[in-house]
Design a protein around this ligand. Structure first.
Ligand code: MN
Length: 719
């Protein structure tokens, strides 16, 4: 029936606000007409003076999109979103304006549509599946975004003739590759078919015209077979006493063309170009009808599908069968109940559909959340025509998240990725210089896990370098490799320096002097390539300085190092002189120290590089030369550590037991700042010496709950 193949054209005049309200009231008498009127006025004002390519006022477009959504009987929020869907993109209106005037729900929906508009949908073949996935992102938040976007595309395709030819071709390809399959996935077969046909018109007008011509020829030769077959089916059902409606139609030119290409058949040899639907009341009737049809006509093997007992993930239910008549011509018959039919037409939109002011309660309508879950599961509908595309992309989608840059570019990451992964995905330089991140405008810690559809802004600072703790925060190989590369360069030097210092302390503790020769010997004994590697390992706590000493002086390993008297750890003091470690620098054994005398009150022990010493530069008589006693010090030297840790369950407990594992005692713990996601605290830890301190700090740094750790040396918070 060629006459019905042309898509219905929207009238060009602008739909008036009361006409739109009436369309909504038809199915939802309790709609918020005031809200719709306000959105209409707002949209019209915002688009004032803008014109479409056809010369019509721009606002004709959003209104037509809204009207399309009334055909799906959608809720007020969707209708209002349609009216406003281009305002943030194309006018001075902001998301905040929309939120203030129409509420957060509508603002979020409009925002979702705007994000989709920003997506760069290139149509190169390799990118195809990826693009569809990008579109899927928004769905995971609210599927109404996709419904509005599809209606937007449908209206743009219906009015595509006013675009320049190159633009038409690009839009048509995009529609064919992305939007039409998406509509199919949403369960909206009519929209899928119309989008395909509109795109087909642009992409291959000759093929489409020839198919329509052949329909005309066919009709002339064998008459219109649709009413004939429809009547035959009706007569059989009547005989069996089953009430049902029967509809027949010719398949769309595009689906016929696709079949011709797939099966390499000429049009004349193509058998099922007609499709019939039988719509009845109950599920039991569906199976009875199937029996009647199979009794009367021969079933074509391999073409029977029971989507009633095994519905598709988009809620589609129906029985499909193909039968052949005496002339060998095949026809496909779909059998379903009225309710099943509604879901088949509306698809996922059925969930939001209203009837008589109530959410239409269709037992077969699929909960969008379940639908998404089903989507992300492995699909086994390999016999579907569109399965080839979906198979690949959905499988990948399950373990991916898609986030946006502030400009709207999509960054694809594995599930569990953090803002740091995002930063490295943008560019290694951005990753290396990252200092903090904002997700949807709010500052978050760098270990936050990103979710689909979030927009991420990375804040960078010059001179910032990757930290060792980042390794545990990132999940992508790209970020890990970049961080390691950077750390290696930087740490190597730092660790070698630190290792040399720790080795010096360890050697002095047993009354020996460290030398390059001694270190070289130790390296050979331990099977390491050289002294530098040895020092780097000591510095990174892979190797204890004590083990190095024992490698050279095995006799020391036999006897434990002499324990230093906890009351007199420092040598060089007059016998009865009281002394105290300075609270500003908190020196520990292994660090070079100096004493300052307070007449008659004892000596304060400072680290040699303590800033407080500058006060005494003019009083050299008060300086006392001191050194730590050699030997093994008991863990009594308190050091304050500043920690920033995640507010994850058990994080504090894990950190405390980690410190305990290293035989260090926590003597005080003080919170200084609490945020919802992380907090800062100062932990006082009692330690043996500088190597012990280093081991504890290295262990804490490696813990993924710890974002930052520093030794606090200038805090004068103690008496
Ligand atoms: Mn639009």
């Amino acid at each position: 029936m060629p006459g019905t193949l042309a898509p219905t054209r929207e009238p060009n005049r602008m739909i008036e606000v009361e006409d739109l309200v009436a369309l909504v009231r038809n199915y939802n008498p309790r709609c918020d007409a005031g809200l719709i009127r306000r959105a209409y006025a707002f949209g019209r004002r915002m688009h004032e003076g803008q014109a479409r390519q056809s010369g019509e006022p721009y606002f004709t477009h959003p209104v037509a999109v809204a009207a399309l959504l009334t055909e799906m009987r959608l809720d007020d929020a969707s209708i209002v979103t349609a009216l406003l869907h281009d305002t943030v993109e194309d006018t001075r209106a902001t998301r905040e304006d929309i939120a203030a005037q129409f509420g957060e729900e509508v603002a979020e929906l409009v925002n979702g549509v705007t994000k989709l508009t920003h997506l760069q949908l290139t149509s190169s073949e390799a990118k195809e599946a990826e693009n569809v996935r990008k579109l899927l992102i928004a769905m995971s938040k609210d599927l109404r975004v996709i419904l509005v976007k599809l209606a937007d595309r449908l209206h743009n395709m219906r009015t595509i003739k006013s675009l320049p030819p190159a633009k038409q071709a690009q839009k048509a390809r995009e529609t064919m590759e992305i939007y039409a399959p998406l509509a199919g996935r949403m369960g909206m077969q009519w929209m899928r078919e119309e989008l395909e046909d509109l795109a087909f018109r642009v992409l291959n007008p000759e093929a489409r015209a020839s198919i329509i011509r052949r329909f005309i020829t066919l009709q002339r030769d064998s008459g219109d077979v649709i009413p004939k077959i429809t009547n035959d089916i009706r007569a059989e059902l009547e005989k069996a006493g089953i009430e049902a409606d029967v509809y027949g139609r010719a398949k769309k030119p595009y689906s016929i063309w696709r079949k011709m290409k797939e099966k390499q058949l000429e049009f004349s040899r193509l058998s099922d170009i007609y499709g019939f639907r039988v719509i009845t009341r109950t599920e039991a009737d569906c199976y009875r009808i199937l029996g009647v049809i199979h009794q009367r006509w021969r079933a074509v093997p391999g073409r029977f599908k029971d989507y009633i007992s095994q519905p598709k993930s988009n809620g589609y239910r129906s029985i499909h069968t193909t039968v052949s008549g005496r002339d060998g011509k095949r026809v496909e018959v779909q059998i379903r109940t009225r309710e099943m039919h509604e879901v088949a037409e509306a698809g996922i939109a059925a969930h939001w559909a209203y009837r008589d002011g109530e959410r239409a309660e269709n037992p077969f309508a699929v909960d969008p959340a379940k639908w998404i879950a089903a989507l992300t599961e492995r699909l086994d509908a390999a016999d579907d025509h569109d399965a080839f595309l979906e198979h690949v992309k959905l499988e990948m989608y399950a373990d991916q998240v898609f986030c946006f840059t502030p400009k709207g570019d999509v960054i694809q990451l594995p599930r569990g990725a953090t803002p740091l992964d995002f930063a490295y995905a943008v560019h290694t330089k951005v990753g290396n210089a990252c200092v903090s991140a904002k997700v949807d405008g709010i500052r978050v810690p760098l270990w936050t896990r990103l979710k689909n559809g979030q927009s991420v802004e990375i804040i960078t600072a010059e001179g910032q370098r990757p930290q060792a703790t980042w390794i545990d925060i990132v999940t992508t190989g790209r970020a890990k490799a970049a961080i390691r590369r950077s750390l290696r360069e930087e740490d190597r030097d730092r660790f070698v320096k630190l290792g040399r210092e720790l080795a010096r302390v360890a050697f002095e503790a047993v009354g020996r002097r460290v030398s390059d020769k001694a270190l070289g010997t130790a390296a050979r004994t331990l099977g390491l390539p050289g002294a530098t590697e040895l020092l780097a390992r000591i510095g990174s706590a892979d190797l204890s300085a004590r083990a190095v000493v024992e490698a050279i002086y095995p006799e020391l390993a036999l006897q434990p190092a002499e324990e230093v008297d906890a009351r007199r750890p420092v040598a060089g003091l007059p016998p009865a002189e009281p002394f105290k470690r300075a609270s500003c620098c908190q020196p520990v054994p292994g660090e070079r120290i100096v004493g300052i005398t307070y007449r008659g009150q004892g000596v304060i022990v400072h680290a040699i590089d303590c800033a407080a010493l500058s006060e005494f530069e003019d009083a050299p008589e008060r300086w006392v030369d001191l050194r730590w006693h050699s030997g093994r010090h008991p863990p009594v030297h308190t050091v304050s550590l500043g920690l920033t840790i995640s507010n994850a369950v058990g994080a504090l407990g894990r950190i405390c037991s980690l410190i305990g594992d290293h035989k260090a005692n926590i003597s005080d713990l003080q919170f200084i700042d609490r945020k919802p996601d992380f907090y800062r605290l100062i932990v006082d830890v009692d330690l043996r010496d500088v190597e012990h301190l280093h081991m504890v700090m290295t262990a804490l740094e490696a813990e993924s709950d710890v974002a930052e750790i520093e030794r606090i040396r200038d805090l004068k918070r103690k008496p």
